[in-house]
Design a protein around this ligand. Sequence first.
Ligand code: HEM
Length: 452
Amino acid sequence: MRVLVSPQLAQSYGSVFTVWLGSTPIVVLNGFRAVKEALVSNSEQFSGRPLTPFFQDLFGEKGVICSNGHTWRQQRRFCLMTLRELGLGKRMLELQLQNEAAELVKAFRQEQGRPFDPQVPIVRSTTRVIGALVFGHHFLSEEEPIFLELIQAINLGLAFVSTIWRRLYDMFPWALRYLSGPHQKIFQYHETVRGFIHHEITRHRLRALEVPKDFINCYLSQITKAMGDPVSTFNEENLIQVVIDLFLGGTDTTATTLHWALVYLVHHRAIQERAQQELDEVLGASQAICYEDRERLPYTRAVLHEVQRHSSVVAVGAVRQCVTSTWMHGYYVPKGTIILPNLASVLHDPECWETPQQFNPGHFLDKDGNFVTNEAFLPFSAGHRVCPGEQLARMELFLMFATLLRTFRFQLPEGSRDLRLDYVFGGTLQPQPQKICAVPRLGSLSPREEGL
Ligand code: HEM
């Protein structure tokens, strides 16, 4: 996949070209115009998701990420509605994210300014956010063995997608199903996670209607409501898969973005200091940061957007399939064609960004320093399959990023000169494992840490 979207291929073959993987043609789309024409102007036609033998065996056509047609539409609509109902735009979710940001500060503070790899506490944090949303608050405890197992399952699963073993499985599924190899570990983890979610569903059924409301509660009442509807796809199998999808879609992506943010802050010291100055001037030292504050923090907001643009963490994740034959960009695209919209090429399109290869918060600021958006800012993709977690991710990223930035100065360990800015491919484009220091800034105790 990584090779298919390399800028060199786009330079040689243009914004739409076909690559043959064995006997399968894959149409790669590069740049804002081509991707917009497919995902936005032909949103319905390109709303399918291809299901290779590996994903068919692992997930089946269930849930949201890997499903199609009626099942996808119904599950997706329910997800969007429930995410909204569970707090997007409401104070409770914001409070929970503020608490999570304070927990992350605590974890960083424990390092006492010594070198550490921030990936572990960040992933734990984003996993707790989805866990609380789906299972309820008891899941916040890291003591539960399933917590670490779930993180491990997500990491291994995402990394496995880009290995030779996954390609072999898709070529020879009839053989690989019975042979040992790393793919069997993925199936084992999947079973463990499914078992845990099933157990949670049973627990929820027993304590029906208890507050606080969470995703499983909402889904169980939907199953009851839809009983007798012959075309309902609301059942326990789909519920389990949707829960897996929310973890798969919502933990690593957000954590990797936040991790990149810290790497860029270390690398661009002047940008870090300017954002900290803005935070100090606009917010009082002891006040918890709210999502609404982003309106008064144009520079900090621009830095975070630039982190998402420059890192383009889901560069090649949004593989689509054409569900009805259509014309696009002057080409005939037959039904069933696999489409690979290169989101990284949109986020680095020289026609849309002044200095596409440079980290430059100015991409999101006008000449007076006001925050401005850019229609080529598509880290969450676009069209019918646009990320349903976008609003949650935006709020989570802003609150965590601004809280960390206000509390710590991020820098390289003493004596160390090299910061690696190249990525490793683990499903998402991730920073290299490396240590940085989070040195507490003066007067940076949050109200929660002060016990207020
Ligand atoms: C920085 C954070 C995130 C980024 C960059 C991101 C990006 C994306 C992208 C590019 C897609 C593919 C859309 C397509 O097919 O065109 C996607 C899909 C998806 N995301 Fe996210 N996402 C993020 C956070 C989240 C969160 C927090 C959740 C859950 C609450 C989530 C749940 C999903 C799901 C379920 C899908 C599949 C949608 C479908 O197939 O209809 N994502 N995301």
